[in-house]
Design a binder for this molecule. Structure first.
Ligand SMILES: *Cc1c(COP(=O)(O)O)cnc(C)c1O
Length: 378
């Protein structure tokens, strides 16, 4: 294609951004030869507690955080949890891991976040909780979700895996709300290798999660943070090995310090994408305010798209990696149900959605190139 030569390197969809600080921190842990949950994890947990202004608990990954949050709220077999179908499989698996049933809900087309009016149609006497997913970092109509939850006595477990750093109505996501879960996997807004955290004001839930992440051994967290182990105990509930290691936390501590820089980069790149497509009729950007939202992914709809995989192949010829967030979860054999009410917005979005490269090492030149190529090939 004239005037558009492929870059020498692949423009990656997403990646970890790791510097010498993270490498040194990990080496420090390796040299001290205390790799499990100890000093570094304690530091990271304390730093996150300060960041959110309320208790945060570190866990092995975002999925385990969601599962423990549900379990700590007493949700399990026989219960139903409302969740958008358009999310990562992790949200659904975390719910079904507790024995509860995920109830697929539709989304608001403009933000791809949970549509509570649709969720209302799917309420039963088994509904115990709602799990809004902050798609791409955007929390949608979160205050309306809380009103809805209050009306029906539901717990709210926020899947904020995409939304670390996002400001919602002048408040940081995670600093308010019932139980809020973050992911620090390799490509999220910050990473600890794998990892995640759960934040809540509900001290019973916080204490339960602390025990549940260490196989249900009561107060084992305090022992480990002071370098001890609990040798004799009486376990009363099913727990898991879902704690965070010092190696992971060492990375997380350094990433947290760099986060303001990462956030500003992600925001400015997303704004640039928005600008590039602002006058294009074939492309619909989500309506997201990137002065408040810190985007984990940048996805948009290609109106009337016939074949996403064909488009992705064309883009890859120019060295541009793209993604699909997400295949609707109610289409998986495990979650499919013939009686499910239609999900019209989810259906359209799943045909037309495409995710463009976004990470903190991407440049404006890369974004302009991706934009130009996409406009030409659609
Ligand atoms: C990444 C992610 C999770 C799970 O986090 P992991 O740390 O990968 O287990 C959950 N929900 C959504 C929407 C995610 O993108």
């Amino acid at each position: 294609m004239e005037g558009l030569s492929s870059p020498k390197e692949i423009i990656r969809l997403s990646k970890s951004c790791i510097g010498v600080e993270e490498k040194n921190a990990v080496m420090g842990v390796l040299e001290r030869e205390f790799l499990g949950m100890g000093k570094e994890t304690h530091m990271f947990e304390t730093a996150l507690t300060d960041y959110f202004g309320r208790p945060a608990v570190c866990v092995a990954n975002g999925t385990s955080g969601l599962q423990l949050a549900l379990q700590a709220c007493g949700i399990g077999a026989g219960d139903e949890v409302l969740v958008q179908s358009c999310t990562y499989i992790a949200s659904f698996q975390a719910i079904s891991a507790t024995g509860a049933k995920p109830i697929a809900c539709d989304i608001d087309m403009s933000t791809l976040t949970l549509d509570w009016m649709d969720a209302e149609r799917r309420l039963t006497n088994k509904t115990k909780a709602i799990m809004p997913v902050h798609y791409g970092g955007c929390a949608g109509r979160l205050d309306e979700i809380y009103k809805f939850a209050k009306k029906y006595g539901l717990r709210v477990i926020e899947d904020a895996a995409h939304a670390f750093g996002t400001i919602y109505k002048d408040r940081r996501i995670g600093s308010f709300g019932d139980v809020v879960c973050f992911s620090f996997d390799g490509i999220k807004n910050i990473t600890s290798g794998e990892g995640g955290c759960v934040v809540s004001n509900d001290l019973k839930v916080v204490e339960r999660i602390k025990d549940l992440r260490l196989l249900g051994v009561a107060k084992d967290t305090d022992s480990r943070f002071s370098g001890r182990r609990t040798w004799e105990f009486n376990v009363k509930t099913q727990g898991w090995r879902y704690h965070m290691s010092n190696i992971m936390a060492a990375i997380g501590n350094e990433q947290l310090k760099k986060f303001p820089k990462f956030a500003a980069l992600r925001q400015s790149l997303a704004l640039r994408y928005d600008e590039i497509f602002s006058n294009n009729n074939s492309v619909i950007c989500r309506s997201v305010n990137y002065t408040e939202v810190v985007p984990h992914i940048y996805s948009l709809r290609i109106v009337g798209l016939k074949s996403r995989s064909a488009l992705q192949k064309k883009l890859l010829k120019f060295g541009i990696e793209t993604g699909f967030h997400y295949q609707p979860n109610h289409t998986h054999d495990l979650y499919f149900d013939e009686k499910i009410l239609p999900l019209p917005a989810t259906d359209v979005v799943s045909r037309e959605i495409l995710t463009l490269p976004l990470h903190a090492d991407l440049t404006e030149v890369d974004v302009d190139f991706v934009g130009e190529v996409l406009k030409r090939v659609i």
